[in-house]
Design a protein around this ligand. Structure first.
Ligand code: F6R
Length: 606
């Protein structure tokens, strides 16, 4: 994880480095630093905590170099202290690094054995020492880096600057993404194109195993085997994206409120509204012949996949194997060659999802991905990409990406059912119409935000909160619990409502709020029975349904009535109350909603 940037500029670069880092804070934000080369001296400023601390440090102790690198950190090796913050340096070289060096212990022992003096607990400092060892043997910087890279195991991206070179930066990519930007007499590098958007839209992406030598005049890239290669230069759409909070207090609030628009936008990409049917972009995968689907993703994206499992199995009659990517990748699942493997990821860079995808590639699967970041590694390695058009999601807790993922998955399930002849054109039109109505229902829910604010005051006092749902809305309950715990730090668990009596019901007493996701669908009566079991044990019910509150058949602490919707689309609709409950509870408790502790937006380590 972590974000890295580098600039070979024509004027002092420290301010620009910080600007770029701000756009990478989604990758980690527990400490940050920048370093520049000035008059044959390497100098750095670092600070624990958010970027504003680094800005304050730079204001009192400026850096003037025209060549520099920067880093925003999500700690892996070593606590998030200033000492462990990047850049790390020796006398002659300075490095920033995103990822993990897996042979850290061996390298550390080797360097200590040779008398190196290490001042941090990080794996990154070792890289600076390895390059220095090579430089001391008389190698030039490019050879020193090349030799060092051969000694590093793991997935990482790195960037180096050197004391004795004021027109040189070297970068390498092995597993973690790295974009190179071309400016007017300037060159840039960053963990993604969004970081470089204020400076340039002309971008080239390094491929896995590449290392690049940058000067102000341009770029030379070599691959893992040392051969000179040319990577295509493209216009990035990232530059066009304005990322700000608008009128909202937090990015998360803005992103929750964008959902009617971005879901409509996403659906429009897959629906032929005139004929009420699904129209997928060119797919090199024949949906009619799909016999099995495997789905793999992490966190919220996994819950979107879990909803899709219900859709694919019930509607399209295709069996689905689904697992969180961190388990999937190591289970050595036997997969029938030619089957469809589906990967869901907002960032398109999640290390476990990418690894699961590569496993499937090795098993001769057809690979389709649902991603929000079009230029991401997962998108680039897929046979078919089904984009979510959610726009940049900055809040660490995923909201609009989830409902856009559900939108695409809903369309894909309908298209699969139709291609396999399981549903006819009339049923397809009915489901498409239901999807088309989702943005309107979402707007209606967002107009009643006050209900959630009031409820949040009660929830903020709870130590534990349970979420219950059944069928399609069991994953929604899981997502509700995840949202609450990650931004309010209140312990929350989601359960299949029918499973409660097999153990978790022991947790219920008057102090435990139980949020029930209860659309008035075929499961409604069953859910109501489960609610009554909870009420009988003193549980405080928050009843979320399109049925009236008294349909719960017991006293409830709060009832939230939602618009009536088609059963197929309920996960998209009921996701919003889950987000609003978590958001308002966290705001009331005063936590850092957009950047909750210990998390990062893009998880590029295992
Ligand atoms: C939770 C959340 C995470 C992500 C997960 C996967 O709010 O955002 O659980 O869903 O880390 O990330 P992506 O979708 O980028 O692969």
């Amino acid at each position: 994880m972590c974000g890295i940037v580098g600039i070979l500029g024509t004027e002092p670069v420290a301010g620009k480095l910080v600007d770029a880092l701000k756009r990478l804070e989604y990758r980690g934000y527990d400490s940050a630093g920048v370093a520049t080369v000035e008059n044959g001296t390497l100098d750095r400023r670092r600070a624990q905590g958010k970027l504003q601390n680094l800005e304050a440090r730079l204001a009192s102790e400026p850096l003037h170099g025209r060549l520099g690198i920067g880093h925003t950190r999500w700690a892996t090796h070593g606590a998030p202290t200033e000492t462990n913050a990047h850049p790390h340096m020796t006398d002659g070289v300075c490095v920033v690094h995103n990822g993990i060096i897996e042979n850290f212990k061996e390298l550390r022992a080797e360097l200590l054995g040779q008398g190196a003096v290490l001042s941090t607990d990080t794996d990154t400092e070792l890289i600076a020492h390895l390059v220095t060892r090579e430089l001391n043997q008389g190698h030039d910087p490019a050879i020193a880096v090349q030799h060092t890279l051969r000694q590093l195991e793991g997935a990482f991206a790195v960037a180096f600057i050197f004391r004795d070179h004021d027109n040189l930066m070297i970068a390498a990519r092995q597993g973690s993404p790295l974009a190179i930007g071309f400016g007017d007499g300037e060159m840039y590098l960053g963990s993604d194109a969004i970081a470089l958007a204020p400076f340039t839209d002309t971008i080239s992406y390094l491929e896995d195993g590449d290392w690049a030598v940058l000067t102000r005049e341009g770029l030379a890239v070599r691959n893992r085997d040392g051969e000179s290669v040319v990577r295509p230069i493209q216009k990035s759409v990232a530059s066009a994206l304005m990322v700000d909070k608008g009128n909202h207090r937090h990015f998360m609030a803005k992103e929750i409120h964008e959902q009617p628009e971005v879901v409509a936008h996403t659906l429009a990409n897959y629906i032929d509204f005139a004929n009420s049917r699904i129209l997928l972009p060119d797919m090199p995968i024949d949906l009619a012949s799909v016999k099995r689907i495997s789905i793999s993703a992490c966190g919220t994206a996994y819950y979107a996949g879990l909803v899709a499992k219900y859709w694919f199995e019930r509607l399209a009659r295709v069996p689905v194997e689904i697992d969180v990517a961190s388990e999937f990748r190591y289970r050595e699942i036997p997969l029938e060659p030619g089957s469809l493997s589906l990967f869901i990821s907002q960032s398109g860079e999640t290390a476990d999802t990418l690894a699961a995808m590569r496993y499937c590639r090795g098993e001769d699967q057809r690979i389709a991905s649902i991603v929000n970041v079009r230029e991401s590694s997962i998108a680039r390695e897929s046979d078919a990409v089904l984009p979510t058009l959610a726009g940049p999601e900055i809040g660490v807790a995923s909201t609009k990406a989830f409902t856009c993922q559900l939108s695409v998955l809903g369309c894909l399930a309908i298209a699969t059912a139709r291609a396999r002849g399981i549903i006819d054109a009339r049923k397809e039109a009915e489901l498409v119409t239901a999807l088309t109505e989702v943005p309107r229902h979402m707007s209606a829910i967002l107009r009643d935000e006050g209900d959630y604010e009031a409820l949040s005051h009660t929830l903020s006092k709870a130590r534990d909160v349970l979420y219950l749902g059944r069928g399609l809305n069991y994953p929604v309950a899981l997502e509700g619990a995840l949202k609450l715990k990650e931004i309010s730090y209140i312990h929350a668990e989601g359960y299949a409502a029918g499973e409660l009596k097999h153990g978790p019901i022991a947790l219920i007493d008057e102090s435990v709020p139980v949020v029930v996701v209860a659309p008035n669908d075929e499961m409604f009566e069953k859910v109501v029975s489960n609610v009554q079991e909870v009420a009988a044990r003193g549980g405080q019910i928050v009843f979320i349904s399109d049925a009236a509150e008294d349909a719960a058949g017991c006293d409830v602490m709060a009832g939230i009535q939602l618009p009536e919707t088609h059963p197929f689309t309920t996960p998209l609709i009921y996701a919003l109350p889950m987000q609003l409950i978590a958001y308002h509870t966290a705001v009331f408790m005063g936590t850092d909603v957009d950047q909750p502790r210990n998390l990062a937006k893009s998880v590029t380590v295992e």
